[in-house]
Ligand binder design. Structure first.
Ligand SMILES: [Zn+2]
Length: 128
């Protein structure tokens, strides 16, 4: 079932933005967890990857270093350039159900892009 909508808790969205601000001028990477049902994806928590992982660029991120289970939805990462569209590299290395990109200056979810595995933009909302 293709992803039709993504729902973030307010706390998750705050974490994505504040983590991106902390990582600036580098790219920050977070793993997202939650559940997915009938095309609706609920992101309920974020996990900071091991230091060895986020020290590298997103393109070298190794999914297999992590204890992955079905509650992992995908990877969120920041773009210090401010452009929150997926890069060619991002699309080549897309993992999981969804990909989230936070664009500088990371001040609100208006600078966040949500994409499915194929890089197609997916509508999202922030709840609670
Ligand atoms: Zn990227």
């Amino acid at each position: 079932m293709p992803v039709q909508r993504v729902i973030f808790t307010g706390q998750v969205m705050d974490s994505l933005l504040s983590y991106s601000r902390m990582a600036y001028p580098n790219e920050g990477i977070l793993l997202m967890r939650g559940k997915s049902k009938k095309g609706v994806v609920d992101v309920t928590s974020v996990v900071v990857p091991p230091a060895a992982v986020h020290a590298h660029a997103y393109s070298s991120f190794n999914w297999y270093m992590l204890p992955i289970d079905s509650s992992y939805l995908g990877v969120a990462h920041s773009h210090p350039s401010g452009n929150f569209s997926p890069s060619h590299e991002d699309l080549l290395h897309s993992m999981g159900k969804i990909m989230v990109i936070m664009g500088y200056p990371y001040s609100s979810y208006l600078q966040v892009g949500v994409y499915d595995h194929n890089g197609r933009s997916v509508p999202f909302e922030v709840k609670g």
